[in-house]
Design a binder for this molecule. Structure first.
Ligand code: ATR
Length: 291
């Protein structure tokens, strides 16, 4: 039975707020998961302009929505509108999930833990490993926080050195261990990657429609390094393809999307998420058939 035909007065309503929202894959992933698990939930996208955020959150309370995902441009500005924050969201300073427990709105950030779970599921434990992170934007904040928290030695390379330096200062204050920074260029990449166990691309370089681009020259990739490109469109970026060809380990960006989605599913429903199904649906929504 189609889940939308089964919507009733008891159905719990979840969704996502952002602007733009047309390309989100979350509804497909979550509705399939609810259906698979036989849960009376539905997930809908809401396009909410920045100026309407306050009203949208008041609406969430009034309509008694069970939960909302939060995406660009609301991840930071939503914080003062909530009743409480979990520690990770507070430290990262961004919320990607709101849970409504009987009128009490709590903000979470599942990006950091979604990234970590994707790493662990692929057999990579960050403790004492040398990790090179490309980029110093919002996504890098969650990734570098997660790696530093779990004991990796972090190097951040960014086009704009100042942003990387600010991030390093924050992480050092938070965890006490030193974080190395440098400008993102071939020279610095070369020396950082010589010793690295893990390379994470959090920049938008290589993202569709610029999928012929890569942030790392292929000649710097080698066996013994795991390459995690958090770009998931295209599914296999040029960086991932060249890493595979060089004999490096690879983790696709879709894995972070799926595992942060799985954490959200469990927060809302209290049930383990059907991860394989969520991955299949996300890949399908991207326009690919799973191999
Ligand atoms: P997100 O929230 O997805 O991380 P963001 O905060 O806009 O988005 O950050 C984008 C990241 O990609 C930044 O690190 C940016 O580098 P700058 O800080 O120098 O802007 C990086 N980036 C984007 N386009 C890039 C390019 N063509 N070359 C190198 N880095 C790029």
């Amino acid at each position: 039975m189609d889940c939308f035909n089964a919507i009733s007065g008891k159905t719990k309503v979840c969704g996502i707020i952002g602007d733009p929202i047309e390309h989100t894959m979350s509804p497909v992933m979550h509705n399939a998961a609810f259906r698979e698990m036989g849960l009376d939930y539905v997930y809908v996208p809401f396009r909410v302009a920045a100026a309407e955020l306050e009203k949208a959150i008041a609406g969430m309370r009034a309509l008694n929505l069970r939960g909302l995902n939060v995406t660009i441009p609301h991840k930071v500005s939503v914080i003062p509108l909530l009743d409480s924050l979990d520690t990770t969201a507070e430290k990262i300073g961004a919320v990607n999930l709101i849970v409504n427990d009987g009128g009490q709105l709590t903000g979470y950030n599942t990006d950091a833990d979604g990234f970590l779970r994707a790493l662990l599921e692929h057999g990579f434990t960050p403790e004492e490993k040398k990790a090179v992170i490309l980029g110093a934007g919002g996504a890098s904040r969650a990734v570098s926080f997660s790696l530093a928290r779990h004991g990796a030695q972090v190097t951040i390379l960014n086009r704009t050195l100042k942003r990387a330096a600010e991030m390093a200062e924050w992480l050092t204050k938070e965890f006490g261990s030193g974080v190395t920074v440098a400008e993102l260029n071939e020279n610095n990449l070369g020396s950082a990657l010589e010793q690295a166990d893990l390379l994470v691309n959090t920049t938008s370089v290589g993202m569709s429609p610029h999928d012929k681009e890569t942030p790392v020259p292929a000649g710097l990739l080698r066996p013994g390094i795991t390459v995690f490109d958090i770009v998931y469109n295209p599914l296999r970026t040029r960086l991932i393809q060249e890493a595979e060809a060089a004999g490096a380990g690879t983790i696709l960006g879709i894995e972070m999307l799926v595992f942060q989605g799985a954490l959200i599913f469990t927060r809302w429903t209290g049930k383990p998420a059907p991860v394989a199904l969520m991955r299949k649906q996300a890949i399908k929504a991207l326009g690919y058939e799973e191999k």
